[in-house]
Ligand binder design. Structure first.
Ligand SMILES: Cc1cc2nc3c(=O)[nH]c(=O)nc-3n(C[C@H](O)[C@H](O)[C@H](O)COP(=O)(O)OP(=O)(O)OC[C@H]3O[C@@H](n4cnc5c(N)ncnc54)[C@H](O)[C@@H]3O)c2cc1C
Length: 433
C-alpha cells in the first residue's frame, strides 16, 4: 500500500461490476477511502453468474481472454484474485456453412476440410490465415471491415467466413462500422480463451474480496439518482435521498446513464452517449442432463450469425450428470428484433446440432437483448484511439470507466484497462500537488 498523502481522500465509484470493483480495489490499495454504490442487490453487473440446481449460468456465453489485448490477467494477479478454468478445445470447433458441419479453419491444413468452399475462397482464406501474425494493424485503422474486404476483392464466401470469425472475436455484426485495424490486431494475437469454473462470478467474488481487504465500503441495492458538482468535489444523491460527498467520482455505468446522472455541465457526456453504438446479442443458456451427441462441442454459424458452445465441456459449470450450453444470436444493430422469433431460431439451431435435446432439458435462461459492450470499436472514430479518455471534459475529478472507454482492449478487457487508467490518473493528480 502506498499512502503518500496524509488525509484519506473520499472516492465514490458508481457501479459494482468489473470496472467498478477493479477501480475500488486498486484505489483502496493506494490508501483512498472508497465507496462502491451498486443499484443491483448483487455485485457483478454483466459478469454475474446465477446458480440453479448446481448449474452455473453466466449472463450469456462468457470467455475470459487469458492472453490477448488487455491487462485483465495481470490486474487479477496483482489483486490476488484466484480463478480456475480451461482453454477451449480448438480441435473440436466446427463451422456450420452451406448447410453442413465442417472443421473450423484455424490453421491452413484444416482449410481443405471446409465443405462447400469454392477454390477461390479457399485460396483467399489460405492467404489470409497465412498472413496472421504479420498483418500491419495500424495501416488499416480508420477503415471499416466491409471497405477492407471490398478493396481486397474477396469472394463472397471468403467474406462470410471472415465475418463469422470477426463476430466470434468481437461479438459485432456491424461490418460497415467496425475498425479493421483493431480486427487485425486481434487476429495477430494468439488468444488463449478460457471458460471459468463456477462462471465469471468467481472474478467478481475475488475482486470483492480484494476490495474489502483494503476497506472499500460496498453499498448494494442503492441507486445513484444524480450528481452535483460542488466547490470541493461532488455530492452524490441516492434513491433514498441521502447524499454522500466525495472528492472524486468514478462512473462505471453505461453511457446514457452516465450522461443523465450529471446533466448540468455534462454536455460532453451527452455527446459521448449520442455517438456510441452498442453491441447486442440474444442469449439462450441451457442446462441439460446430457448431450444427445457428445461429440458436438462448438459450432459457429457462417451464413446465419449463430453460436453454440458447451461451456461445461471445459469448465466446472454443471453437476456430475449435466451439461451447460450457451447459444447466441449476434444481433444486427439496425434490425428490430423480435424476441420470440429469435428464440425459435436459436432452438432450431440447437435441434440441428443436438436433435432430441428437449428430452434432456433441465432448465433455460433466455436473455433476448444483452449489451455485450456499450460501444463497438469504430472505424469512423479512428479505432481504439477514438474511444473517449477516462477524463471527462469540464468535470475535474470525475472519471469514466467501462467497456466503451479508453484506448486499450475490448469487452471486459477494456473495463479492466480503463479502470487502471482511472486509478493512475487519480494517483498522479494527487502526486502533482
Ligand atoms: C452475453 C455477453 C457475453 C460476453 N462475453 C464476453 C467475453 O467472452 N469476454 C469478455 O471479455 N467480455 C464479455 N462480455 C462483456 C463483459 O461482460 C463486460 O464487458 C463487463 O462485464 C463489463 O463490466 P463493467 O463493470 O464495465 O460494466 P457492468 O457490468 O455493466 O457494470 C455496471 C454496473 O453499474 C450499475 N449501475 C448502473 N446504473 C447505476 C446507478 N444509477 N446507480 C448505481 N449503480 C448503477 C449496474 O447495475 C452494473 O452493475 C460479455 C457480455 C455479455 C452480455
Amino acid at each position: 500500500m502506498h499512502q503518500y498523502h496524509s488525509e484519506k481522500k473520499e472516492v465514490v465509484v458508481v457501479g459494482g461490476g468489473i470496472a467498478g470493483l477493479t477501480v475500488a480495489s486498486l484505489l483502496g490499495r493506494e490508501g483512498y477511502s472508497v465507496t462502491v454504490i451498486e443499484k443491483g442487490k448483487k455485485l457483478g453487473g454483466r459478469a454475474q453468474t446465477k446458480e440453479k440446481g448446481g448449474f452455473y449460468f453466466n449472463q450469456g456465453a462468457h470467455s475470459f481472454y487469458l492472453s490477448g489485448p488487455g491487462p485483465g490477467k495481470e490486474i487479477l494477479a496483482e489483486l490476488d484474485v484466484v480463478y480456475h478454468g480451461k482453454s477451449v478445445n480448438r480441435e473440436k470447433q466446427e463451422l456450420y456453412f452451406t448447410n453442413q458441419f465442417s472443421f473450423f479453419p484455424n490453421n491452413l491444413s484444416r482449410l481443405l476440410e471446409i465443405k462447400g468452399l469454392s477454390s477461390q475462397a479457399q485460396q483467399e482464406i489460405g492467404n489470409f490465415l497465412g498472413s496472421l501474425g504479420m498483418l500491419d494493424a495500424k495501416q488499416w485503422t480508420g477503415i471499416s471491415l466491409s471497405d477492407w474486404m471490398e478493396s481486397s476483392g474477396y469472394h463472397e464466401q471468403t467474406r462470410q467466413i471472415i465475418e463469422a470469425i470477426v463476430r466470434l472475436g468481437t461479438y459485432s455484426t456491424a461490418v460497415e462500422r467496425i475498425d479493421t485495424g483493431f480486427v487485425m490486431k486481434l487476429m495477430n494475437t494468439l488468444i488463449d480463451v478460457w471458460y471459468l469454473d463456477g462462471g465469471w462470478q468467481t472474478l467478481i467474488d475475488g475482486l470483492e474480496k480484494a476490495a474489502r481487504k483494503v476497506h472499500v465500503k460496498m453499498m448494494n441495492g442503492m441507486k445513484v439518482t444524480s450528481i452535483q458538482k460542488t466547490s470541493s468535489g461532488y455530492d452524490i444523491y441516492l434513491a433514498d435521498r441521502q447524499a454522500i460527498h466525495a472528492e472524486y467520482v468514478v462512473l462505471t455505468t453505461d453511457p446514457i446513464t452516465s450522461s443523465k446522472l450529471i446533466d448540468s455541465e455534462g454536455k460532453y457526456l451527452q455527446q459521448l452517449a449520442d455517438q456510441v453504438e452498442p453491441i447486442y446479442v440474444a442469449c439462450l443458456d441451457v442446462a441439460l442432463h446430457k448431450l444427445p451427441d457428445s461429440t458436438r462441442e462448438f459450432v459457429l454459424g457462417v451464413e446465419s450469425p449463430l453460436y453454440y458452445s458447451v461451456h461445461s465441456s471445459a469448465a466446472k459449470l454443471a453437476p456430475e450428470n449435466g451439461e451447460l450450453i450457451h447459444l447466441m444470436k449476434y444481433l444486427l444493430p439496425e434490425k428490430v428484433n423480435k424476441p420470440q422469433e429469435i428464440r425459435q431460431e436459436l432452438e432450431a439451431f440447437f435441434t440441428l446440432i443436438q436433435p432430441g435435446w428437449q428430452e434432456e432439458l433441465v432448465s433455460t435462461q433466455y436473455l433476448p437483448q444483452m449489451p455485450v459492450a456499450y460501444d463497438l470499436i469504430s472505424a469512423n472514430r479512428g479505432g481504439l484511439s477514438g474511444r473517449p479518455s477516462v477524463k471527462v471534459e469540464g468535470l475535474p475529478n470525475l472519471f469514466i470507466a467501462g467497456d466503451w472507454v479508453g484506448d486499450e482492449g475490448q469487452l471486459a478487457q477494456a473495463s479492466f484497462a480503463s479502470a487502471r487508467q482511472v486509478v493512475r490518473a487519480i494517483v498522479s493528480n494527487d502526486q502533482s500537488f
